[in-house]
Design a binder for this molecule. Structure first.
Ligand SMILES: [Zn+2]
Length: 319
């Protein structure tokens, strides 16, 4: 492609992005108090339901958490380069989906909170910029019990950040963290004591406000639970109908290059790596076939796009 054509295309993309943003922030949005676009984007709107993505910031993990050390060296290095990652540290953004439907205001995960890394834990602050006060949140759906999804439910003083919210967790996930043998159910790559202690401590503070769900259950009308186990034993995603449809996939697909081009690579931090692979392949196949929109917690902000088949694997197409 010539430089000038590439320039025109990228300019057109930027302009159309600005236009779409400007349209959504007007009278049509269900988030009328939103002041800025830096940390919030609409990803789905249908009838009386709107889903936006709000940033929790970003954090780094050891590369060995996410990329199979037994993957072929040349392919692994090429994939890391394509993913914009270098060296031993892997940078992840943290996206949180916020859904408004009538009087319901639903967070899908809660970010890292104040005990993780200083560049993350920005959700509550960015929600305020989006015109959402903590007391407005009616429901927090937790895709799983890892720190970057769960720990944001509590502040530095261990108080609940969302005072009026009730919580939704899969029954299988609740059982996992309550299991006396839970340490044996986590992979060696994870700092197990820290993660188990954190999950148990945070879940204990919401015990009286939790509703447990299984695959097929509805959170509210039009938002359905999809079981996507592997990353953790009880990991769930959500499906929304209308328009392009939307699948909120949590950590079933964690990287825009590796999870799509190499879905059969084992992810070291998946609690059940083989099941994680099976879930990824099933989800990718369905998303490509149905042409449904996807939003992932750690895909480049705002983490949304479509899945296409490519050379025996898949490709993430941000949109
Ligand atoms: Zn995560």
């Amino acid at each position: 492609m010539s430089q000038s054509r590439a320039h025109r295309l990228s300019r057109r993309r930027i302009l159309s992005g600005v236009a779409a943003g400007a349209a959504a922030v007007g009278a049509g949005t269900l988030f009328p108090g939103r002041r800025g676009w830096a940390s919030a984007r609409t990803v789905h709107k249908h009838a009386d339901l709107e889903a936006i993505v709000v940033s929790d910031g970003h954090f780094v993990l050891p590369t060995g958490f996410l990329v199979a050390p037994d993957s072929p060296t040349a392919e692994r290095e090429a994939a890391l380069k394509a993913a914009g990652q270098t060296g031993d540290q892997f940078q992840l953004v943290n996206n949180v989906v916020v859904i408004r439907r009538q009087s319901d205001l639903i967070l899908v995960d809660a970010g890292t909170g104040p005990r993780h890394q200083p560049t993350a834990g920005k959700l509550a602050e960015n929600l305020k910029t989006a015109g959402i006060q903590p007391a407005d949140v009616t429901t927090v759906v937790l895709t799983h019990g890892h720190p970057d999804h769960l720990w944001g439910i509590l502040d530095a003083g261990d108080n609940r950040v969302y005072p009026r919210a009730s919580y939704v967790v899969s029954a299988r996930e609740w059982e996992l963290w309550a299991d006396p043998n839970v340490l044996q159910k986590l992979p060696a790559a994870l700092p197990k004591e820290q993660i188990v202690g954190g999950a148990q401590g945070h879940f204990a503070r919401i015990r009286d406000k939790v509703r447990m769900v299984r695959g097929g259950d509805e959170i509210v009308s039009g938002i359905r639970v999809l079981e996507t186990p592997g990353h953790t034993q009880g990991h769930i995603s959500l499906e929304l109908g209308g328009g392009d449809g939307l699948v909120i996939s949590g950590d079933a697909l964690t990287n825009a290059i590796i999870s799509f081009q190499y879905p059969s690579w084992r992810v070291p931090v998946d609690h059940e790596a083989d099941r994680g692979i099976a879930t990824r392949l099933r989800l990718l196949d369905q998303l490509a076939a149905d042409k449904r929109r996807l939003v992932g917690a750690h895909l480049p902000f705002p983490g949304t796009g479509f899945v296409e088949r490519k050379e025996g694997a898949y490709r993430f197409v941000p949109a």
